[in-house]
Design a protein around this ligand. Structure first.
Ligand SMILES: [Zn+2]
Length: 402
């Protein structure tokens, strides 16, 4: 691998490197770490500790995703948040980014205030070296698992409860989050999947009772595993094992990961040469223009862009039967529709029409893919009369700031 030019910012006035101490370790590769791209999903208790460690270890490019704001209850477990952040009504992702950049100005940090299930394009996953999950719910984990599998990325999942914790390193064909789900887990996921509201869908049954000790233990191990992946020491990692820690009874056990199932829906990996990177396609294109460009690229007569969510095109009041034509990606339904179309408090609006694909007969060709819920750098699944293709909105590349 070509060595990257030495980052001058990385040297103090006295000529010291940020990571001089780490360079004393024989396995440390300063360039690999400084060039690494890591996505951290969730900036809560675990996320705070993971981000702190990544910044201290000089991991050069960090992409943070979270949609929550900071509350008082978060402060006792979040090294990066302060009481004043609550008053500022700021988002966890943005404040966490600001604070780790303050700790280590040499690193690049990009924060997205959004939902991992709809706001991050598959192309962003594809450009990462490793993904770290710091979540408290199964449904978001399931989505990360599917996206990571599709793009062939290792993802490191952490979980904490009380004085205990768990860690899993998932890699295609070795271990898989979805394969390990039980029937009870699925029942729980299905209930929440039916819920249109983002916050509701992602919420746990209640506040998770845990401590900053558990999160710092598990998060530290997550970052240690990430560093092994960045250094290509996969054989030293915990892949294929379920690391379990019980702080009250002082035991640590590595169980073997459950075997992979043949019928698992996560098991679809895109081949690198399967992704058609369209440099002239962006999620800001209108539906009309995007269809025109993709048809030309694929030399197809007809195309249909599949979506993994619904676009609601009509809502109707349950009390007055009055219908409204709308265009709302279902994941944004409650925030947008309820507020805009409710004529009286407590009025219930039902979804009466929707589509789950975009084609030439789409309601309004003048709206953008973005308005239809397509995030930047998305890899679209496109069906033509010939085959299924995977088309990336590569013109969105500048969206990723590193
Ligand atoms: Zn699986």
């Amino acid at each position: 691998m070509a060595k990257k030019k030495l980052n001058l910012q990385n040297i103090s006035k006295k000529g010291e490197h940020w990571d001089d101490t780490f360079r004393l370790m024989s396995w440390w590769d300063a360039d690999k770490v400084a060039n690494a791209k890591v996505m951290v999903v969730g900036a809560g208790a675990l996320g705070n500790e993971v981000l702190k460690n990544l910044a201290l270890m000089n991991v050069g490019n960090i992409f943070i995703v979270d949609f929550d704001t900071i509350e008082y209850a978060n402060l006792c477990r979040s090294v990066l948040f302060r009481e004043k952040d609550i008053k500022r009504d700021k988002f966890k992702s943005l404040i966490a980014a600001e604070r780790i950049k303050e700790m280590n100005p040499n690193i690049n940090v990009q924060a997205v205030n959004g939902d991992i299930m709809i706001d991050v394009g598959l192309g962003v996953f594809d450009r990462m070296d490793v993904i770290i999950g710091c979540l408290d719910n199964r449904i978001a984990r399931l989505f990360i698992n599917r996206y990571a599998y599709k793009t062939g990325k290792v993802w490191i999942d952490g979980a904490i409860l009380n004085m205990s914790g768990q860690l899993n390193v998932y890699k295609n064909e070795v271990s898989c989050y979805e394969c390990a789900l039980t029937d009870t887990d699925w029942a729980n996921i299905r209930t929440k999947l039916g819920c249109a509201d983002v916050a509701q869908r992602n919420s746990s049954a209640g506040r998770v009772p845990t401590t900053p000790i558990s999160s710092s233990i598990i998060a530290a191990m997550q970052v240690q595993e990430a560093l092994k992946i960045i250094h290509n020491y996969e054989d030293k990692s915990m892949m294929g094992e379920q690391f379990t820690y019980d702080g009250m009874n002082n035991w640590i056990v590595n169980f073997a990961s459950p075997p992979l199932k043949d019928e698992c829906e996560s098991h679809y990996a895109l081949q690198k040469d399967e992704i058609i990177r369209m440099k002239n396609l962006t999620h800001e294109d209108t539906v009309e223009d995007a269809i025109k460009k993709i048809k030309k690229q694929l030399k197809a007569e007809q195309i249909s862009i599949s979506l993994n969510y619904k676009i609601i095109t009509e809502v109707t009041s349950m009390s007055t039967d009055k219908s409204h034509k709308v265009l709302i990606p279902e994941p944004h339904f409650s925030e947008v529709a309820q507020a805009e179309y409710q004529e009286e408090i407590g009025e219930v609006l039902g979804i009466t029409k929707y589509v789950d694909y975009i084609s030439e007969d789409f309601e309004d060709g003048k709206v953008s893919l973005k308005a239809c819920g397509v995030p930047p750098l998305q890899i679209l699944t496109v069906e033509t009369e010939k085959d299924i293709f995977f088309v990336e909105c590569t013109k969105d590349e500048p969206y990723l700031t590193f």
